[in-house]
Design a protein around this ligand. Structure first.
Ligand code: MF3
Ligand code: CO
Length: 227
């Protein structure tokens, strides 16, 4: 799904066209877009631009412009199982600020993944992410995080990316959850769109980036199931 988006995303298209690609490719392959009608969400994918942290709603009037950065977050139901993954896309030439926040977010997710081990703790992942984000002058969104996933979209546990090493749930083989930190330029605080009740914006209008891997803890490591 994300590869299909990567091939087709371009300057001048609306985010609603991204929604159409996701709906069509998902349903043609026998899947169901998990976001569609999830707690009233109106579309098949989340598209979050620039100062939007997450849960952006595709819209025919939102046109991708040169310099935009956008997170496309795809979740699919297939044969009763849920998947969830997101990537950042760069529209043409982007600012150095935008390049840097995407690069550091990629590094954060990879460091989080490297810290995920059977019989470790969720906090090990969070600490690796938070430490790297802060060292680069960024903050990590606190109240919104990752989640267990499998037979439901959002299962226990809530996955924080700000908790200390050695804290939170024990990582046991077979556990599936997401690594999806939201990294902000300035404050970690946010507000939610009053009109649509979904889109989450940075409180200070700074840029925000997010990358999501869906992972499974195995007997001897961790497997990336979707990215
Ligand atoms: N895909 C998001 C996540 O990573 C959840 C989106 S909920 C929706 O958890 F309703 F906005 F789609
Ligand atoms: Co998720």
């Amino acid at each position: 799904m994300l590869d299909a988006v990567a091939e087709q995303i371009h300057i001048g298209m609306s985010t609603e066209e991204i929604d159409k690609i996701v709906y069509d490719v998902t349903t043609k392959n026998g899947g169901i877009p998990a976001p569609l009608h999830y707690q009233g969400f109106p579309k098949s994918v989340c598209t979050s631009l620039n100062n939007e942290i997450c849960h952006g709603i595709p819209d025919k009037n939102i046109i991708l412009q040169e310099g935009d950065i956008i997170n496309v977050d795809v979740s699919t139901i297939l044969n009763g199982y849920f998947s969830d993954a997101s990537r950042m896309f760069k529209m043409g030439k982007i600012s150095e600020r935008a390049e840097r926040i995407i690069k550091v977010t990629e590094e954060c997710v990879e460091l989080g993944l490297a810290a995920a081990k059977p019989w470790g703790h969720l906090g090990d992942i969070a600490d690796a992410i938070n430490t790297h984000a802060r060292a680069n002058g960024y903050s990590v969104v606190e109240e919104i995080g990752g989640h267990g996933i499998g037979l439901q979209f959002h299962e226990d546990p809530f996955v924080s990316y700000i908790t200390p090493k050695g804290s939170e749930m024990l990582l046991v083989p077979g556990m599936m959850f997401t690594i999806e930190p939201m990294i902000n330029e300035g404050s970690p605080d946010f507000f939610i769109d009053e009109k649509n009740d979904w889109t989450v914006y940075t409180i200070d209008d700074g840029l925000s980036a997010q990358i999501e891997y869906m992972v499974m803890i195995t007997e001897d490591g961790v497997e990336v199931l979707a990215k």
